[in-house]
Design a protein around this ligand. Structure first.
Ligand code: SF4
Length: 322
């Protein structure tokens, strides 16, 4: 089967099997951009309510550019990787200053926080430009389809996969094609258990032909996350809770016991795990008392917690507290 036949089989399959996702109902570059940035580190099902809320609050680049950083972070709160939200706002300002969303790949790529993948996704889906968008799902599908045996974490292998994506790309329907390949990776060519029996690429897939679909792609092992234990303090004064500034600019969090030696620590009321990139935290939340709020800390009414940017670990911890 030629690359062209494989691509048209893939597009036919996509026409039948694609999931109806909110960002697929539009070719507006702003909407596609917000979805792509959200989906970089968030699963589809978890991203949908955030996406809908975000667009209701900031329906276009103008609205996002006008917002304060705290407003954007509050709307993003819970999604993690907050530099994404800061960059969205900076890029929205650049879009407004330029008089509209750029319409060529290089100008899109120059916007803050937009890398090769996101620029290619926007260029192809919103403007029909022939750019292959290679995300983790596409890497897996193409490593299997081409029987790529190199470590997909290496730049060399990555380049070969990008070349395969570019040569397979349907240049008349690049947006549909990119989405089809991603959808195949997300729903059929699954990491552990590929469903080759349902796959439109099965007849030409080299890994499938050689029974290697579970062996590929090759990923060199990297060190696991570092484990860290911490105690967060739940200090109440009437209906208010003491919060301190988080290490992440603009965010607030429950105070850490090690930073408030003057607090009198009581019983543990919750424990939870929280992972940030290469750190795995085991968090205990303990009740505590303190005479007055130290500098850099503030009392926040429990009813106001929804309207300020909270660090994700604190948000999770507060949800666990009876
Ligand atoms: S045939 Fe199997 S391994 Fe090959 S692309 Fe399809 S699902 Fe993936």
């Amino acid at each position: 089967m030629s690359g062209r036949a494989a691509a048209s089989g893939l597009l036919r399959w996509y026409g039948r099997a694609k999931r109806d996702l909110p960002w697929r109902r539009s070719r507006d570059p702003y909407r596609i951009w917000i979805a792509e940035v959200m989906l970089q580190q968030t699963r589809v099902a978890a991203a949908i309510p955030y996406y809908e809320r975000f667009l209701e609050r900031f329906p276009d680049a103008e609205a996002l550019a006008r917002a304060t950083e705290a407003e954007v972070l509050t709307c993003w709160s819970g999604l993690g990787y907050y530099s994404r939200a800061r960059n969205l706002r900076r890029a929205a300002k650049a879009v407004v200053e330029a008089g509209g969303f750029p319409r060529d790949y290089e100008s899109i790529r120059r916007l803050p926080g937009i890398g090769d993948y996101t620029a290619a996704a926007i260029a192809s889906m919103a403007f029909g430009l022939p750019r292959a968008a290679v995300d983790g799902n596409v890497v897996r599908v193409l490593a299997r389809w081409t029987e790529e045996r190199g470590d997909v974490g290496s730049a060399k292998t990555r380049r070969r996969i990008e070349e395969a994506a570019a040569s397979l790309l349907d240049r008349k329907r690049p947006g549909e094609f990119n989405q089809a390949l991603m959808e195949l990776g997300a729903t059929v060519c699954l990491p552990r258990d590929p469903r080759c029996g349902e796959c439109p690429l099965a007849r030409s897939c080299q890994a499938r032909r050689k029974g290697l679909e579970r062996e590929l792609p090759v990923k060199r092992r990297r060190a696991g996350p570092e484990r860290i234990a911490k105690t967060l303090l739940l200090i109440r004064k009437g209906k208010r809770i003491l919060l301190g500034r988080s290490g992440m600019a603009g965010f607030w969090e429950l105070p850490e016991a090690s930073r408030l030696p003057e607090a009198v620590v009581g019983a543990t009321v919750a424990t939870l795990r929280h992972t940030i990139t290469c750190h795995q935290y085991r968090l205990s939340v303990a009740r505590a008392e303190i005479r007055r709020a130290p500098r850099g800390y503030k009392w926040v009414a429990a009813g106001k917690l929804e309207s300020i940017p909270l660090a994700t670990a604190t948000r999770k911890a507060l949800a666990r507290i009876p």
